[in-house]
Design a protein around this ligand. Structure first.
Ligand code: AMP
Length: 117
């Protein structure tokens, strides 16, 4: 069950501030408060999904497509399209998911170390 008591839900409700990059019907993009590389953005769904598995199984095809297009658009807006970027989504304890509202990290702006190090 989705629990509204999480920081991204509060950002969606404008109860706490975020450094917004872009917003549309399905998604909100903003900068991560604790960046792990030069450019670190988050794209969160407006729909209430706990994680990737919920999103993949519950979102409509239109919403899924639109969300993925938004992620790509935000990467483009951040100037990462040519230099490249990494997308990450964490699900559950082994991945260290902190916030139980589905989101994708966009990481870039510098050469990122390989995967798990
Ligand atoms: P995850 O481990 O995938 O759940 O990532 C959650 C991310 O949310 C972390 O990278 C945090 O730095 C980030 N975060 C937590 N609170 C905020 C906030 N208020 N504004 C922006 N980013 C946040």
């Amino acid at each position: 069950m989705y629990d509204k008591n999480n920081v991204f839900y509060k950002i969606l409700q404008s109860e706490i501030p975020a450094k917004k990059i872009y917003e549309n019907d399905v998604a909100l993009a903003f900068y991560d408060i604790n960046p792990v590389c030069k450019v670190h953005a988050l794209v969160i769904t407006k729909g209430l999904y706990r994680n990737f598995a919920d999103f993949a199984s519950m979102a409509s095809k239109e919403e899924s497509k639109s969300f993925l297009e938004t992620v790509e658009k935000v990467a483009e807006m951040l100037g990462l399209s040519k230099s490249g970027y990494r997308l990450v989504t964490n699900l559950g304890p082994d991945a260290g998911q902190e916030v139980e509202h589905f989101h994708i990290h966009i990481l870039g702006g510098e050469r990122i170390s390989y995967m798990l190090k």
